[in-house]
Design a protein around this ligand. Structure first.
Ligand SMILES: [Zn+2]
Length: 284
């Protein structure tokens, strides 16, 4: 996909977030639902959190009732409330056919209908975890931003008393699950909020704007099948197009789509933040 030789430059801030994982979920669900796993071939033992034999013993042969997601975690939901959590981290991809760079495949999941899912992962940080109780696992992952439980009021409650920059707060998965660097920047731009604004200092109006903006950027990116700035691809190998509509993310120096001012990038707790200095002023 990237030709031979040097791997593509990796954008640390372009790892799969909620829209990318949701796109993968939607592509895999019709292929896998109702089937069962017949084999998990582990090519890199570090990918399995816990014991690989225990994982196989618990999941092989158990019907897969659905393919779910919470935040950035893809969940293969099995009977009796058990499941398998797949976390792609930086460069993980789930592909339905063997990729050209087969040395990057860390595990192969084989299903009763012959479907195979290749866990491809250049940086080798992704994980496969057996989950005894999916409900409890999801509760620990923080609120799902596209669910009814995530309201402007619940966001305000979680921001209250937190003096960290709002950009850093949005990356805290316990505040809201699934938002990463790209969509946090996009949401802050839509809401007109500077990334360094202390989380606890947002006005009610700003909090409502941010809540709306988060849902808007995530839904729009799902409709565009995710952002392929880095290694992200759909299970069939196609790229998403969400990045083509980004207003600020990865657009340093380009004109702001609202006011024309050059977009800037600053560091917030070691992560780059893209923003418009005119549309997202920092209050005194
Ligand atoms: Zn602007």
């Amino acid at each position: 996909m990237f030709g031979h030789g040097t791997p593509p430059a990796l954008h640390l801030s372009a790892m799969p977030e909620l829209p990318e994982v949701e796109t993968i979920r939607r592509a895999l669900e019709p292929q896998l639902r109702g089937e069962h796993l017949v084999d998990i071939e582990v090519l890199d033992a570090r990918i399995v959190q816990g014991d690989a034999d225990l994982l196989r013993g618990e999941v092989l042969g158990r019907p897969l009732v659905d393919v779910g997601r919470r935040g950035k975690h893809l969940l293969l939901l099995l009977t009796e409330g058990k499941g398998i959590a797949l976390h792609l981290r930086m460069t993980g991809a789930l592909l339905l056919s063997e990729p050209a760079h087969s040395s990057r495949v860390r595990a192969i999941l084989r299903f009763s209908n012959g479907a195979q899912v290749f866990f491809n992962d250049m940086r080798r940080l992704g994980t496969i975890t057996f989950v005894e109780d999916v409900e409890a696992y999801c509760r620990r992952l923080g609120p799902e931003p596209l669910s009814d439980e995530f309201t402007a009021e619940s966001l305000a409650r979680r921001l209250a008393g937190r003096r960290i920059p709002i950009k850093a707060a949005l990356l805290d998965q316990h505040l809201v699950a699934g938002v990463g660097n790209m969509y946090a920047d996009e949401a802050l731009f839509l809401a007109g909020i500077h990334p360094l604004t202390p989380a606890s200092s947002l006005s009610h109006c700003q909090t409502v704007s941010l809540w709306q903006a988060l849902r808007e950027v995530l839904c729009r990116a799902i409709a565009d099948q995710g952002a392929s700035i880095s290694t992200y691809a759909l299970p069939g190998g196609e790229k998403g197009t969400a990045h083509e509509r980004f207003n600020v993310a990865h657009r340093k120096g380009q004109p702001c789509p609202k006011c024309g001012a050059p977009l800037q990038r600053l560091m917030v707790r070691k992560r780059g933040a893209y923003f418009c200095p005119a549309c997202q002023p920092l209050a005194d």
